[in-house]
Design a protein around this ligand. Structure first.
Ligand code: BGP
Length: 473
């Protein structure tokens, strides 16, 4: 049997993409609330266009999302029915600290997540919780400028300590930041940063990166102090970087591009900045804003495991070429691969390659925290949804991960598909880009009953879990 007996099969969501209830239970406003659907979304996400509040004429999908806030019991029951061993979800920071800088947490927010975790345990589902998945209270953005400000480390530490203490015994697995490398590419969504005119973007983002890395190490330290049983992981937007050709220039560029993502994980796993990055910073004249005992904190509090999202591999070419779409990152189009309806390239073998690369590099247990296909679904007259394309996609990726475990000896302990229930797309804000095993009746403009129904893939994944990945037909 390739997968370990206690392999953590499940699905992953993020607070801002499913919860809704944006102004309920004492929750404060967050960056993710003020990112609209439509043409302005990308420039806001990227920190190029400023959006610090709601604007007339825009539609904000996170306000209600799929209303998990009120439907969590029903949704978790469906996860239970599929046999989930784990449910990866995230905390809405502004539900716990509405402005971000309060001394005391908001009890109603804490209670909400306690209820959610208890509900999971009813079905034998182990929650795996991301402390922040693309969200930052607007209070911290308006008053402090988001993660460019060192004070965020202290506020995040307070959040982490509050969570670990309150949920001791309820949550064993934590991730510190979702797709930490995303902050370089989507600074407003990833780190609450709008780059002001005249600012040195490189310096701002690299400073923010240092702050998040230090905050992540602190969270790991606090978690282990509160409960030595807790396992803390990092999380990167993964995907191997292929050279377009065997031209050494392409190969070298692919290596450099890969390092631009991997350096975060290098620090989180090894506890120090890699030499290639120190040299880059020297050349750029960027001085890492070390404070107090940062170096020691980084060194002594490395992660217990490495997690990553995988949607596709990426390609580097030393000269201009046709681009393909992808989750925020641009990549050169790979002529050997097919694409999804949204232009994301499909590369199951790339998952095996990525698993091997990460295991070779870090020798830490791995966890695939996101993988899935965003596709349009058709509801038939009888209400059924025959999403064979989704089943095919997942089957091929599970086969690849099976090979990585069985034939290559990669230590993989879990897999959560992205969006086990349809939710709002992070890159486009659409509902029609569906990933779920569970359909949610809602369209891109907020119309629909929010009713949940089981797709064909629901029954397929249930069988996959029941057979621990043996039966993929
Ligand atoms: C990852 C994010 C998720 C999720 C996923 C799918 O980058 O961590 O939040 O949204 O991508 O992307 P999208 O929703 O844009 O299809």
């Amino acid at each position: 049997m390739p997968f370990r007996k206690d392999f953590l099969w499940g699905g992953a969501t993020a607070a801002n993409q499913c919860e809704g209830g944006y102004n309920e239970g004492g929750r404060g406003l967050a960056n993710v609330d003020v990112i609209p659907h439509g043409k302005n979304r990308f420039s806001i996400v990227a920190g190029v266009k400023k959006s610090f509040d709601f604007e007339e004429g825009e539609y904000y999908p996170a306000k209600q999302a799929i209303d998990f806030y009120h439907h969590y019991k029903e949704d978790i029951a469906l996860f239970g029915e599929m046999g989930f061993k784990t449910y990866r979800m995230s905390i809405g920071w502004s539900r716990i600290f509405p402005e971000g800088d309060e001394e005391e947490p908001n009890e109603e927010g804490l209670q909400f997540y306690e209820n959610v975790f208890k509900e999971c345990h009813k079905y034998g589902i182990e929650p795996l919780v991301t402390i922040t998945h693309f969200d930052c209270p607007m209070g911290l953005i308006k008053k402090y400028g988001g993660w460019r400000n060192r004070k965020l480390v202290e506020f995040y530490k307070r959040l982490a300590r509050t969570l670990f203490t309150r949920y001791k015994g309820l949550v064993k697995y934590w991730l510190t930041f979702n797709e930490i490398n995303m902050l370089l590419h989507a600074p407003f969504m990833g780190a609450g940063i709008f780059v002001e005119e005249g600012e040195d973007k490189y310096e701002v983002l690299r400073t923010a990166a240092h702050h998040e890395l230090v905050a992540s190490a602190w969270a790991t330290k606090i978690a282990h102090e509160v409960d030595p049983e807790i396992k803390v992981g990092c999380m990167m937007a993964g995907g191997s970087q292929y050279p377009f050709s065997c031209n050494p220039e392409d190969v070298w560029l692919a290596k450099k591009d890969a390092r631009n993502h991997l350096f975060f994980i290098d620090v989180q796993v090894r506890g120090e900045y890699p030499s290639y990055l120190l040299k880059e910073y020297e050349r750029k004249g960027f001085v890492i804003p070390y404070q107090d005992d940062d170096k020691e904190i980084l060194k002594n509090n490395t992660v217990d495991f490495v997690s990553f999202s995988y949607y596709a591999s990426r390609v580097s070419k030393n000269e201009p070429a046709e681009q393909s779409a992808g989750n925020i990152f641009r990549s050169i189009k790979n002529p050997y691969l097919k694409s999804s309806e949204w232009g994301w390239q499909i590369d199951p073998l790339g998952l095996r390659i990525t698993l091997n690369e990460l295991y070779d590099r870090y020798q830490k247990p791995l966890f695939i925290s996101e993988n899935g296909l965003g596709a349009k679904d058709v509801v038939e007259a009888d209400g059924s949804i025959n999403d064979d394309y989704r089943i095919d996609f997942l089957r091929e990726h599970i086969k690849a991960m099976k090979a990585a475990v069985e034939e290559d000896g990669v230590d993989l302990f879990g897999y959560t598909t992205w969006g086990p229930i349809d939710l709002v797309s992070a890159s486009t804000g659409e509902m029609s880009k569906r990933y779920g095993f569970i359909y949610v009746d809602k369209d891109d403009y907020g119309n629909g009953t929010l009713a949940r129904s089981r797709k064909k893939s629901f029954f397929w994944y249930k069988k996959v879990i029941a057979t621990n990945g043996e039966d993929l037909d």
